[in-house]
Design a binder for this molecule. Structure first.
Ligand code: FES
Ligand SMILES: [Fe+2]
Length: 534
């Protein structure tokens, strides 16, 4: 019911106001008689079919500014668009007629019996009317854009309503046992409604299908020739280091001898040395040195590990790795300013849910980037039905979920820290963000964050800037973390963290649907590029 009320109230401003604007315009332009000369234009040129469109206003009068259900609201929106189309045609007709008048005034035959003064006056008047007509065309364009947005939104509401009706149909009383009590129906209803999106109970072990992807695990800049990067990925400890040729390798972070963590040792000549008894392993995991004892054939586990575009990637799955590593570079024109890594005490899916949601910003980030933001009357994420990327309305932010665990976003800004404009393309400067949420363990995520700007390239060279960026990123994350930790605790105790999704939760819901399908072993994953034409 609320949805219907919202839909109708969204449409009404255009619907109610158009008669008065229409009349005012007709009065103003009565002088050159757009409507009176319509037949004339139709007769004398090929323009006729373009302008011979019936005014749709009379068709919608039956609603008298009120709509009682969402279908009527959509009808009204359709009429709005028809009206705007008709209005735009009239605007173009005005311009055509004005141009004809200009030609007439400048016609050499007409000039013969008109004084220069009269001609100047006529031309000035026509010029003014032309400017008016052009202005009107721009207004019409803007109106059409708004009306199309509203129509798309209403169609979304209808889809939601159909989904709701389908869920209700599923729980028809005939499917209940004879001893149905109200409580049973209620429980059953909730169970069935949530079937498609139920994220509750203790965090389960990671599904093996989730491992068959390339995962970025570190930034190249953090892996020097003699350093080690220990990571936890899918509940297994790994250590990354560079081999003799400088190429990175990833081996299990547990010594074959007596299970000492290898990252507590050191890297010498491309081999990682255990700090306990000095055994040394190459990037394939082969033990090449066993001091003080006879050398034997010993090997620890290693997984595919490559470097691309400033990041180290691993393939933790059992399937053969795909041939191409993905690209996560920012768009051209952006310069990378910060690369940060953080270990966070939450399951990676919960963190992704949080990053894919922008509606929380004015409530959660009141001390950082969303300080002073007003709460919009409506927040939407607009995306094609088959996509995992789109843009936020009313925020100038584009966002994408990139499987298996990445979020890319571009934020339009005019000054650092300030959001402005209707969409990212209308903003002069931008901030690009990459968040990689690496699944470490059931309650741990390794977050890789990369921030790029398409302005102020010199900022990069200011000393200590990295520390400032880290400080800011941590502040923002801390605002989220206390909430996500609370969700995690409740989820572990049985709460469904996707209990009641609403329209602005679209991207997060799609991530969950994608992950569900992957874990169920679906051959065709939803929202993947292959499905774009569906
Ligand atoms: S535990 Fe590593 S060498 Fe002994
Ligand atoms: Fe947040």
């Amino acid at each position: 019911m609320n949805a219907i009320a919202t839909a109708s109230s969204l449409t009404l401003p255009i619907f109610c106001s158009r008669a008065s604007k229409f009349e005012a315009k007709r009065g103003l332009k009565g002088r050159f008689g757009v409507f009176a000369v319509f037949g004339e234009v139709e007769k004398k040129s090929a323009w006729g079919p373009l302008f011979n469109v019936e005014e749709p206003r009379s068709k919608v009068s039956e609603y008298k500014g009120k709509v009682s259900d969402i279908y009527q609201a959509i009808e009204v929106a359709r009429y709005d668009i028809q009206y705007l189309d008709w209005r735009a045609r009239q605007d173009v007709l005005s311009i055509v007629l004005l141009h004809e008048k200009v030609v007439e005034v400048l016609n050499p035959l007409a000039r013969e019996y008109k004084s220069i003064g009269t001609m100047k006056k006529e031309l000035a008047e026509l010029h003014e009317e032309l400017a008016d007509a052009h202005r009107q065309v721009h207004i019409s364009e803007a109106r059409v854009g708004t009306a199309l947005d509203k129509l798309a939104y209403m169609e979304e509401l209808v889809n939601d309503k159909l989904l709701q009706e389908r869920s209700t149909a599923e729980i028809a009383p005939t499917s209940s046992p004879p001893s149905t009590s109200a409580k049973f129906v209620d429980t059953e209803k909730r169970r069935k409604t949530r079937r498609s999106l139920n994220v509750s109970g203790p965090v389960q072990s990671y599904h093996p299908n989730l491992k068959n992807f390339w995962y970025p695990v570190a930034f190249s800049a953090d892996l020097k020739a003699d350093t080690m990067v220990p990571i936890e990925c899918f509940e297994e400890p790994w250590v990354i280091f560079r081999g003799k040729n400088g190429e990175p390798g990833c081996v299990q972070n547990t010594c074959a001898h007596r299970a000492c963590p290898l990252h507590l040792g050191s890297v010498n000549e491309g081999r990682i040395q255990c700090p306990y008894h000095g055994w040394e392993y190459n990037t394939d995991g082969k033990c090449e040195k066993m001091p003080s004892t006879r050398q034997q054939n010993v090997k620890i586990k290693s997984i595919p590990c490559y470097e691309k575009e400033g990041m180290i990637w691993i393939w933790p799955g059992n399937d053969a790795p795909t041939a191409t590593l993905p690209s996560l570079l920012p768009p051209s024109g952006f310069v990378i300013h910060a690369e940060l890594v953080m270990e966070l005490p939450v399951e990676h899916g919960l963190l992704l849910d949080n990053l894919l949601d922008l509606a929380h910003a004015p409530f959660t980030h009141t001390s950082t980037f969303a300080k002073g933001w007003v709460v919009p009357s409506l927040v939407k994420f607009l995306t094609p039905s088959s996509g995992l990327q789109g843009y936020w309305d009313p925020y100038p932010i584009d966002m994408e979920f990139r499987p298996p665990c990445m979020v890319l976003s571009t934020i339009g800004i005019s000054k650092p820290g300030k959001l402005e404009g209707q969409n990212t393309s209308q903003c002069a400067t931008h901030l690009h963000q990459l968040h990689v949420c690496l699944p470490s363990s059931k309650h741990k995520t390794r977050l890789l964050y990369r921030m790029s700007l398409d302005f102020a390239p010199l900022l990069k060279h200011i000393p200590f800037m990295q520390y400032l960026w880290r400080h800011f990123a941590e502040q923002v994350l801390n605002e989220d973390l206390r909430l996500v930790l609370g969700q995690q605790e409740r989820m572990n105790n049985g709460a469904n963290i996707w209990n009641f999704p609403v329209s602005y939760d679209k991207l997060g819901v799609r991530y969950r649907l994608w992950r569900d399908a992957l874990e169920q072993g679906d051959k065709q994953l939803p929202f993947s590029k292959k499905n774009e034409n569906e």
